[in-house]
Design a protein around this ligand. Structure first.
Ligand code: ATP
Ligand code: MG
Length: 486
């Protein structure tokens, strides 16, 4: 049910507007003046405000301005006296969404409020889309539009069936979900499934990687900050808790949070309220928290690194994701899933693994879990020239079974250009977050090394023309991305 705050100094008007809205199915809050309204807005987070303009103390215009400092997407409808169009225009300029002229019919009021709420919901979704797009963590491939909920989760092993049942069981509730699992086991996929299967599915889903940010950045990322609260805080900034209001917030790698932020998280989980950095105003939120950890949190608690009370608050509904080596029967389905995803993305016919190749994959320990399967499949699909991927292509990547440092652009900054000498020996090469050109460059440099710099043979082996190879190398040399001697 949507909540509407009615602000008017005249009790009779407040009551009659409130009654009309209640009959239309809204929950109604009321306040007699501006200061009272601001407090209710901060604490109760109404979906819309209907306010009179002329009130003693704080005017409606001032209220509009200050309310939007608390929540700049809160839609406000002002009630103006007949003939006072000027003040209505001022109110719109101050950020009100709409105005209605007194006296008005009940229907007129209801239509204005409904429009205001619908509009704000759309604006909120766009805002969330923006923050996710700019966020520290890009969505992993295969997590964009497409399958939703449990359909994202491939695998029919008993362990995965159990995970699906657990997801279904916890999704319905509003309780905090804590997902345990090694890196690459699918914790983020499960977190999204929980959100999509929950009553909050139509609301925002936001993620914060707690391990990626320093304490103070994480604090302002989560809780926002007031203008001028620290050097560089030139503008008011809303935190993820505010932006995820009514939705779900994924706190990735929660074990890495500092004691100070742990204390703030505990408070927001207990009281559903917090303050922005540099502000004393308490803001109420309705956020479902899903947290992940690839560390043994109880052990961190025992060592005094993680607050026990916070652990208990988070561990309401635990979900354990088993490592892939304990459910190797899921490997073929995952392989086929990633091969067809890659084919779709590249607009090419799907490749398939030969039986021999598949048995090798089924016997491998997968230290990088599902993410490693994804990497191997994408790599194979890009490098394989025929329809069937042979064991000989993929086997070298599995032998070492350990991640080799990826020579990316950052790598270049630290270690100089990619050279034949510095190119790591064949081994597992993560593809995550890498541009296709980067992967291609890697493949070309390695193949050149293998053929001792023989361009004809390299080109032939990679299925490209020698001229193309030459042009690519020339470009990369100019950009200093490869050794000049290649
Ligand atoms: N069961 C699954 N079915 C299909 N795809 C999966 C499955 N599990 C994981 N993936 C895919 O594998 C990749 C890694 O998964 P995810 O990002 O959820 O792992 P994670 O546990 O959050 O890892 P990390 O701890 O490193 O953040 C993603 O691209 C995801 O889409
Ligand atoms: Mg993750």
């Amino acid at each position: 049910m949507n909540t509407v705050l009615v602000v008017d100094d005249k009790e009779m008007l407040r009551d009659s507007v409130g009654a009309t809205l209640q009959r239309a199915g809204y929950e109604v809050l009321s306040a007699p003046d501006g200061p009272g309204a601001l407090e209710t807005i901060a604490r109760r987070r109404p979906d819309a405000v209907v306010t009179d303009l002329r009130m003693p103390g704080m005017t409606g215009i001032e209220l509009v301005q200050r309310a939007r400092d608390i929540d700049d997407l809160l839609p406000i409808v002002v009630m103006t006296a007949y003939g006072a169009v000027d003040t209505a225009v001022d109110a719109i300029k101050a950020g009100a969404f709409d105005y209605i002229t007194k006296p008005f019919e009940g229907d007129e009021l209801i239509v204005a409020v409904k429009r205001a709420i619908d509009h704000a919901r759309m604006a909120r979704e766009n805002a969330v889309f923006r923050t996710t797009a700019e966020g520290a963590r890009p969505a992993a491939s295969g997590q964009g539009p497409g399958p939703r909920g449990l359909e994202r989760l491939v695998g029919e092993s008993p362990a995965m069936r159990r995970v699906r049942q657990q997801v279904l069981a916890v999704a319905e509730s509003h309780g905090t979900v804590l997902i345990f699992g090694e890196s690459g086991t699918g914790k983020e996929v499960v977190a999204r499934a929980v959100h999509e299967l929950s009553p909050r599915a139509g609301e925002p889903f936001l993620a914060v990687n707690c391990a990626a940010l320093s304490e103070s950045l994480l604090e302002s990322e989560l809780f926002g900050h007031e203008r001028g609260s620290f050097t560089g805080a030139e503008r008011l900034r809303k935190g993820r808790f505010e932006l995820a209001d009514r939705g779900t917030l994924l706190l990735d790698e929660i074990s890495e949070v500092s004691p100070k932020v742990q204390a703030k998280l505990l408070r927001v989980l207990q009281e559903r309220a917090f303050e922005r950095v540099g502000s004393s105003m308490t803001i109420g939120v309705d956020v479902r928290v899903v947290a992940t950890s690839n560390r043994d949190l109880p052990r961190s608690v025992a060592r005094g690194e993680f607050r026990q009370d916070l652990f208990f608050r988070l561990n309401v509904l635990p979900v354990h994701l088993p490592p892939l080596r304990d459910r190797l029967e899921d490997v073929p389905a995952l392989v086929n899933h990633f091969l067809s995803l890659t084919a779709e993305r590249e607009g090419k016919p799907a490749r398939r693994m030969s039986d021999e190749a598949m048995s090798v994959l089924r016997a491998y320990a997968w230290p990088g879990n599902v993410r490693e399967v994804q990497n191997v499949c994408e790599r194979a699909a890009v490098l394989c020239k025929s329809e069937v991927i042979e064991r000989t292509l993929i086997e070298p990547w599995l032998l070492t079974g350990e991640a080799v440092a990826v020579p990316t652009v950052e790598h270049k900054a630290q270690h100089g250009p990619l050279s034949a000498a510095s190119a790591p020996e064949p081994g597992f090469i993560p593809f995550d977050g890498r541009q296709l050109e980067d992967i291609e460059r890697d493949a070309i440099v390695r193949t050149l090394t293998k053929f001792n710099g023989h361009r004809q043979r390299t080109a032939q082996s990679l299925g490209i023309g020698v001229r193309t190879l030459g042009l690519k190398l020339k470009k990369w040399k100019q950009q200093q991305l490869v050794e000049q001697t290649l």
